[in-house]
Design a protein around this ligand. Sequence first.
Ligand SMILES: Cc1cc2nc3c(=O)[nH]c(=O)nc-3n(C[C@H](O)[C@H](O)[C@H](O)COP(=O)(O)OP(=O)(O)OC[C@H]3O[C@@H](n4cnc5c(N)ncnc54)[C@H](O)[C@@H]3O)c2cc1C
Length: 415
Amino acid sequence: MCNTVADWIVSAIPQAWRDASGSGRSAIRKVRSHAEYERWYPSFANTGLAVATWPWEYVGADLSRDQARLVEELLAPYNLGRLNPLGLNSAAPALFAHGSAEQRARFLPGLVRNEEKWCQLLSEPGSGSDLASLSTAAIRDGDEWVLTGQKVWTTWAHFSDFAVCLARTDPHVEKRAGMTYFIVDLHAPGVTIRPLRHLGGEVDFNEVFLDCVRVPDFNRIGGVGDGWRVARSTLAGERQMVAGAGSGGVDRIGGAGATRLLARARELHRAADVDVRQRLVGVYSEERIREWTNLRVRGAVAAGGTPGAAASIGKVHQGGLNQRAQMLASDLLSVHAMAWEVGVHGGDLGSSAVAPESYAAALPFEVSGMLRSRANTIEGGTTEINKTILAERVLGLPREPDPFDGVAWNQVPRS
Ligand SMILES: Cc1cc2nc3c(=O)[nH]c(=O)nc-3n(C[C@H](O)[C@H](O)[C@H](O)COP(=O)(O)OP(=O)(O)OC[C@H]3O[C@@H](n4cnc5c(N)ncnc54)[C@H](O)[C@@H]3O)c2cc1C
């Protein structure tokens, strides 16, 4: 198996990427644009190695976990990150745990090859932390469902093809009992996607309006009214994704933050600064703790369990750690993190001539990473909510009181 993978590396990974592989991730990024990687990616996915432990029929390689780990080690120098993370971490776990064989056959191959991109329609303007209070309605009409409502903070909806979606199918029962889990085609009539711009000027997430969107019953995952159970299995996967080592997008200074920060501190002649040294040691120590926690969660999954409530440990820790690391990266720049001269970083933010979409390009990457990291303690469930999950399900403390426990959703007051 290792020989086959080694042969494939030589024959399929472009020479320039292989040449850069010895010099680290940033060297690879310099010779490989994201667009180029996206074009090449299906040929990688078709080997089955992108999801090596999955069955052949869903574009996996049917490998054991130990074999997959060996393959991962062989591929690691080439930084072949898996595309479509929300599909892989949210839609796929739901399809495996609660979907039918026909649904898996329809949706998983396009998802793995990144030919069909995915996002998740869960949060609503009035329902974020208390997701189970959501109002988007799904009404059955023969073999179809008609969905109407508004979702918000929908990451990557503006370039996605499908979304997993939680909607209310029965308002007359307790909030968790009346929801059903669907797959929504984002190109269907009635779907309107409006991008939201965040602090750094980039567009990551969107408002999504569903106006009588028809969804075939084939796209229902799990039973009618069983949506909360399906959602819980995908939310644990999302928390693990946000928290996991190398978790895509959230970490602009790279996976091994302390090492990168130390190199940067030396470059900027700040490595002898007492405050910087203390903060560096702090990040280094916390990274080790994060690694061990991730290994524990991975061990539980390898033993046949799910990430479950333990994924919240990683989520709570990683959110804060990444913010501390990104803030240090930004602080190392000293005054250059606060303001810059016209043209130095490609633009003058004080000038109305700079369009918001170019803020991100104009910011030093440390500053854009620091701004983006503010979301780490919100996305995938806030730190406060994850601490409550830990208190109740890991530490066994009494449940947070809910005055409307057991009351039908349509009897609960809402603003
Ligand atoms: C970058 C980013 C990407 C996202 N991507 C998606 C996505 O793709 N799809 C999607 O559906 N959603 C997405 N979200 C939404 C995210 O899941 C919600 O923002 C999050 O669950 C919090 O909900 P809220 O924003 O409505 O805040 P609220 O629920 O209104 O909370 C406001 C504050 O009150 C606190 N709070 C609320 N209830 C309690 C309580 N019971 N105990 C203690 N404190 C409490 C919260 O911790 C928070 O600090 C994304 C968010 C971000 C920031």
